[in-house]
Design a binder for this molecule. Sequence first.
Ligand code: COA
Length: 387
Amino acid sequence: METKNIGLRGIEVADTRISNIDGEKGKLIYRGYDILDLTKNSNFEETAYLLLYDELPTKDQLSEFNAKLIDARYIPKQMQKNMGNWRKDADPMDMLQAFVAALAGYYDEEFADKNASYDRAINLIAKIPTIIASWQRIRNGLDIVDPDSSLGHAANFLYMMSGERPDPEVEKIFDVCLILHADHTFNASTFTARQVASTRAHMYSASSAAIGALSGELHGGANTEVMKMLLEIETIDKVEPWIKEQIAKGQRIMGMGHAVYKTYDPRAQVLKELSRKLAEKTGEPWFAMTEKVETATIAEMKKQKGRDIYPNVDLYSASIYYMLKIPVDLNTPIFAISRVVGWAAHIIEEKFAEAAPKPALYRPKASYVGKYCGPEGCEYKPLDLRK
Ligand SMILES: CC(C)(COP(=O)(O)OP(=O)(O)OC[C@H]1O[C@@H](n2cnc3c(N)ncnc32)[C@H](O)[C@@H]1OP(=O)(O)O)[C@@H](O)C(=O)NCCC(=O)NCCS
């Protein structure tokens, strides 16, 4: 019998210049640069430029890129008015998916060339934080906070969301989180974006589809679930028995495990230290509890399933966002604030790849295991003859 590639694990479907994961060594590379290096030396805007344009920018290129991002931050007032018609308890990921698709109704899709795609990418990167922050204000009955052109991308989002300018340390921590989430090869949402783009659908449509893929708990939704898990466990002394019971019941521990990394996810290493730092500053218990989740899951998975497991990007980001006073259900939308850079870069690569093998419309095969009534097919019975 032919072997099926359930979940497409290990299947190479296209060439990419954008990022690479070494799952054995625990390394993540953006356009040739180690992310650990980028988190130390770069910032979100520069990393976004690198991912989009394949090179680190010069001073002039970066200031032009920053100016374009700042100019594009506002979203149409009509869009904010429409948000007011949504249920206040609607999931922010559903709202984000709908309003990213709706951007196509406000901004042209007339030009199909590469430059127009870069403009669309900038529009999306600049506007997604404003969409999320506007929704956060509207659903809480608060006035919308307009973008502040003196603030960088990370600080401006925190400001639009809370109405307060973050201190430099908080801004830096959030900026590093954005760098770490910006791309990750052919993960589920990026593959979704590429797949939609392969039909020649436009960037807003492909990005909106990617947001749908990101929302699920086995992908970006895991960071929201991690925080819900910590809140449910409540105290550090309950972590070990809780994890033991969940694994015995065959439940998955959110924030643990990865389809590609066979060792520690390098993003989780950086986030762990940031979470530790914030816990020292705030005195909150969430870092210590998360660390206990990590050690208890590793121990129980080994004991009960004989399997090695490591933290992924979502384990420590949850406690960081909580200590930054970000509402739990915005954890996954924040992932989108950063990952849209990767989606846009991949959509552009999918549509405008110059070197062979050029991408083609994605169209996998499935094996039919349904009803079979012989070579002629099943006989159609009119409705009144069916029992
Ligand atoms: C991310 C994920 C889907 C990757 O899975 P994968 O490595 O491809 O492995 P599979 O889904 O095939 O699972 C392999 C086995 O490990 C177990 N496993 C994987 N992750 C687990 C976890 N977090 N907790 C408990 N068991 C886990 C599965 O139950 C499965 O066990 P089984 O063979 O007895 O059925 C998986 O680790 C997961 O569901 N993690 C939790 C969700 C999460 O944090 N997602 C964010 C990813 S960045």
